[in-house]
Design a binder for this molecule. Structure first.
Ligand code: URA
Length: 226
């Protein structure tokens, strides 16, 4: 029964992929080469959420295929996992021109794709890479420097997940101290994956309801994303 349910969620994820590939909900549709939906195991226990595709991702249609992706793969190998074991996605599915930061209205336009992905994949742990993913999915404006490595049970729409904020690998590429912290935080992932999902207290985590109530751009701004 569970296998049937997983198969049908995987089909739905494929259908979502097909529909998101034609998304024109924000200005990024005009400048992207292609939508970068995300990739990996459609029933992954561990999902990573980055910021947005960069140049290489926009060319290849896959997330984290540049230098930051190589580091992510190395960190994964360090805990005995490969890309295909996990699902890797982003807050934005399209590359912002020049790799600039995501804008509030772009996040608002794109967020339901991410919430739906989480609902279909049903990961136990969602590791947010850097500020944008962390602030969006935690519903809290506190920056990554203060919250990295601190797991928290959150409800995202109909899913309950263990949210685990960590530094973005791109930031760690250039700062040795940050790389050390990222490696240390990464080493806790196996323990977190073995942990039973704890009940979520009302009011904890992001308040966005999948598809029903997207966070408005003013509210996104209040989260301190910018
Ligand atoms: N950085 C991200 O946040 N996402 C990618 O896909 C690549 C680099």
């Amino acid at each position: 029964m569970a296998a049937v349910a997983a198969a049908s969620r995987s089909d739905e994820l494929e259908a979502l992929h097909a529909s998101v590939s034609n998304c024109t909900a924000c200005r990024l549709a005009e400048t992207r080469n292609q939508v970068v939906f995300g990739s990996g195991n459609p029933a992954a226990e561990l999902m990573f959420v980055g910021e947005a595709p960069g140049f290489h991702e926009d060319q290849q249609g896959l997330p984290f295929v540049g230098a930051a992706g190589k580091l992510l793969e190395r960190l994964l190998a360090g805990i005995g996992l490969a890309r295909d074991d996990v699902f890797i996605g982003n807050v934005l599915k399209c590359r912002p021109p020049g790799n600039r930061d995501p804008l509030a209205d772009e996040i608002e336009a794109c967020q339901n794709h991410l919430f739906r992905q989480i609902e279909l994949i049903q990961p136990r742990v969602v590791a947010t890479l850097g500020n944008f993913a962390t602030k969006l999915l935690s519903g809290n404006p506190t920056g990554i420097t203060r919250v990295h490595g601190r797991e928290q049970n959150v409800r995202l729409g109909r899913s309950e997940v263990l949210l685990y904020p960590i530094y973005h690998p791109a930031a760690a590429l250039y700062t040795q101290a940050m790389l050390g912290v990222l490696e240390e935080d990464f080493r806790r992932l196996p323990e977190l994956l073995g942990r039973e999902a704890a009940p979520v207290e009302p009011g904890e985590g992001a308040t966005a309801e999948i598809a029903a109530e997207p966070i408005a751009s003013e509210a996104v701004t209040q989260l301190g994303l910018f």
